[in-house]
Design a protein. Structure first.
Length: 282
């Protein structure tokens, strides 16, 4: 596969990339900013938060949702750029919340740390959370081993979650009302691939970011790896498929992992791109 090309550099720590409406949206977690990145690398800062942003998504009415990690809230961005609270998850999450995916009905699924990660605590199982369109919040799974990135399959009937500490992808059947059932293993991963952010393509294969292995891998259900993108000593943090033809893999890479002060000082985070054989679903 072709070498990665740098689209954007000099950022603190990039997470939660999503291709939406002709551009890449991404959180600069350690700079507390949400960015819109055009295909030529031009950047607009859409929001500045007091806490670290992470997962991004959109409600059916087009409203943008932003995970505010440290204060454990989901924010809604208005057309005028204002931020209002969509949901408060502080009673359900004891520590930081993390990534998010929003299904076609507007249910926002939110992962959580379950521990004081930056304080050195060992991750322990914590449930996945769901925020309904009215802002109500619910625990919807048993404990997951440091749930991280999430995707929904093309038919809208399966949610797949990256369990970073479990070194696997876990699937749930997804009902129209947002209920999850039938927890099952979607894929075990190689022993160095602790998954972080993930993205899905038109064949429902999943691109997995590996911060410890410094690579992105494309995985089919059952665990077959079909493609590998090496990041040349940089950490592979998160990814999303998009671009004009849907075949651009946007790769968030960084020289730091989980080190906010160092990330802000070194500004070593980048968005790198590579063309892949299978496009994103339309």
């Amino acid at each position: 596969m072709a070498n990665l090309q740098t689209l954007l550099g000099g950022r603190a720590f990039l997470e939660g990339p999503r291709w939406h409406d002709g551009a890449l949206y991404v959180s600069d977690m350690h700079a507390h900013e949400v960015l819109r990145v055009a295909t030529d690398g031009a950047v607009d800062v859409l929001a500045r938060l007091d806490a670290a942003p992470s997962g991004l998504g959109w409600l059916p009415d087009g409203s943008m949702l932003i995970v505010s990690m440290d204060d454990r809230r989901i924010l809604r961005r208005g057309d005028d750029g204002s931020l209002t609270q969509h949901a408060d998850l502080s009673e359900l999450a004891s520590h930081a919340i993390n990534d998010m995916v929003v299904d076609g009905a507007g249910h926002a699924f939110v992962s959580q740390f379950g521990c004081d990660l930056f304080g050195g605590e060992v991750p322990k199982p914590a449930p996945l959370l769901r925020v309904d369109p009215d802002g109500s919040a619910h625990e919807v799974t048993d404990g997951l081993r440091f749930a991280n990135g999430m995707v929904v399959t093309a038919d809208g009937r399966t949610l797949v979650v990256a369990e970073s500490a479990g070194r696997c992808l876990t699937a749930f059947s997804l009902a129209p009302d947002g209920a999850l059932s039938d927890r099952r293993l979607w894929a075990d991963l190689p022993e160095t691939d602790y998954p972080d952010g993930i993205g899905i393509d038109a064949e429902d294969a999943i691109w997995v970011s590996g911060p410890a292995s410094d690579r992105f891998v494309r995985v089919r259900a059952g665990g077959e790896i079909t493609d590998i993108v090496e990041t040349r000593g940089r950490h592979a943090i998160a990814c999303a498929l998009g671009g004009d033809d849907g075949r651009t893999l946007f790769c968030c890479t960084s020289t730091t992992v989980g080190e906010p002060d160092k990330s802000r000082a070194t500004r070593g985070a980048q968005i790198e791109t590579v063309t892949v054989p299978v496009a994103a679903r339309t």
